[in-house]
Design a protein around this ligand. Structure first.
Ligand code: ATP
Ligand code: MG
Length: 440
């Protein structure tokens, strides 16, 4: 049997491991059980990067989530008082959610569910697909125990999507969107039974009853996947995009633009670079009139900071483009300083729109060369110059050292020394034959 705790710890990055450790401590102190569940466990077991940590607890998830954010210096992104779940942003670019083990009872597709506390087994079986319905116990008594009531492990191995129960689409039609997203992102097949469940759901038109905001969440979830365009095209073929907004559907779906965007995202930016969602949205709605765009964006319910960022994207992109092509930019450190601290969305927009070769090349050089070189300057090296971390002097010294490092030309390798051939001995005033080498 696998040692799942070992698999987990060796799979997570340092910030994710810290979050797991802290969650264990909070649960132990509160005397409650805690599991790592859902998509995060699925991705650990299939050896893929984890997008967000999904913790499930008995009792007060909101309190446990707030304690986790406070202990690690993170922040609460949203709270769902009905489902008793909380979304967090933790340091190290770590996203996490904490939710209560529960059952959900629906009286109509996409309606408001009746929630009741439940065991972890019941909780897992109210989820969508078996591969998302596993949990790993983190509490002291049963740490490392895998709970897998739908045999999701077999489906992970067989690369199959299977429903946890017959009512998944009736209960929550947004799961149709999730299904198509997972089918494309994971490259899994639909089990025959799930295919007929999907066909029935489409015939019954369940998705028409789903709130457009829940469906738009799924577009956000797939935006930065390598398989975003095929998944969006599948939504369009199935007539699902119009359930989010008619303005997005039909010929208005900007497949070619999004394909170009996805290629830039996955070839120029290092994997795991945070950001990019607003650039995706801007390109998704590129072909729409201002009125259609406003209409299409409504279901996405953007927080104010994102809505403002989206509005300013074009202007910020133009500014960055003109900085990057300016005659004043002559050295690597100038390119580095122009791009450091600029949001990924703005950079992606410039890559997407700029026809200037020099701009494209400088952005590529930043990600492929300068960013890594700048990270070679360590805090210790800066401290050795006599400045204290956290002070303006430190920042200035760091900037100067990074610039010097980036601008230093690689030392030329000295050319090989010419082989010194001994002059032949002079015989009678003329060069004689090379003396024969002795074999001794
Ligand atoms: P991703 O890798 O995109 O985060 P995910 O499956 O982890 O995918 P989340 O939104 O993070 O998706 O949800 C975490 C878990 O909560 C899921 O794996 C699943 O078990 C459950 N879940 C989320 N949304 C639904 C839903 N609409 N219906 C049923 N279960 C859901
Ligand atoms: Mg997840």
């Amino acid at each position: 049997m696998s040692d799942y705790m070992f698999v987990l710890e060796s799979h997570l990055d340092a910030s994710q491991n810290r979050a797991v450790e802290e969650m264990k401590r909070i649960a132990t102190e509160a005397g409650m059980n805690v599991w790592l569940a859902g998509g995060s466990l699925r991705d650990v077991l299939r050896g893929a990067a984890i997008r967000d940590l999904d913790f499930t607890v008995e009792r007060d998830a909101l309190k446990a989530g707030k304690a986790l954010a406070a202990a690690l210096g993170g922040r609460v992104v949203s709270e769902d008082a009905l489902k008793r779940g909380i979304e967090l942003e933790l340091p190290g670019n770590t996203a996490a959610s904490v939710s209560n083990a529960r059952t959900e009872k629906y009286s109509r597709p996409g309606g408001k569910p009746q929630i009741a506390p439940a065991t972890i087994h019941e909780d897992l079986l109210r989820r969508d697909f078996t591969i998302n319905a596993m949990a790993l116990a983190l509490n002291r008594g049963s740490r490392g125990l895998l709970i897998d009531p739908g045999n999701g492990q077999a489906d992970l191995l067989g690369k199959e999507l299977r429903a946890t129960n017959p009512y998944i689409f009736f209960d929550d039609p947004a799961r149709i969107f999730r299904l198509i997203r997972f089918e494309h992102a994971l490259g899994f097949q639909l089990a025959p039974r799930l295919r007929s469940q999907l066909e029935n759901a489409m015939i019954e038109g369940y998705f028409a009853g789903a709130p457009a905001t829940a469906l738009a969440c799924e577009i956000k979830a797939l935006a930065l996947d390598a398989s975003a365009v095929p998944a969006l095209e599948a939504y369009e073929r199935m007539g699902l995009l119009k359930a989010i907004s008619p303005a997005l559907a039909g010929a208005k779906l900007n497949s070619a633009g999004l394909a170009k965007f996805e290629k830039l995202l996955h070839t120029v930016l290092p994997p795991g670079t945070p950001g990019g969602w607003l650039a995706f949205l801007s390109i998704l709605t590129e072909k729409l009139s201002a009125r259609e765009r406003a209409e299409a964006l409504k279901p996405f319910d953007l927080p104010k900071a994102e809505a403002d960022g989206l509005k300013q994207l074009e202007a910020s992109g133009k500014k960055l483009e003109s900085t990057l092509k300016s005659a004043r930019v002559t050295r690597p450190s100038h390119v580095y300083e122009a791009l450091a601290g600029i949001s990924t969305d703005v950079v992606l927009m410039v890559l997407y729109t700029s026809a200037q070769r020099v701009v494209q090349d400088r952005i590529r050089a930043y990600y492929q060369k300068y960013l890594g070189q700048a990270q070679e300057i360590t805090e210790e090296q800066v401290v050795a110059t006599g400045v204290k971390p956290g002070t303006p002097k430190f920042d200035k010294a760091l900037k100067t050292m990074v610039a010097a490092h980036l601008n230093a030309r690689p030392r030329k390798v000295p050319p090989p020394e010419p082989e010194v051939v001994p002059a032949p001995p002079m015989i009678n005033g003329r060069p004689g034959r090379k003396p024969a080498q002795s074999n001794a």
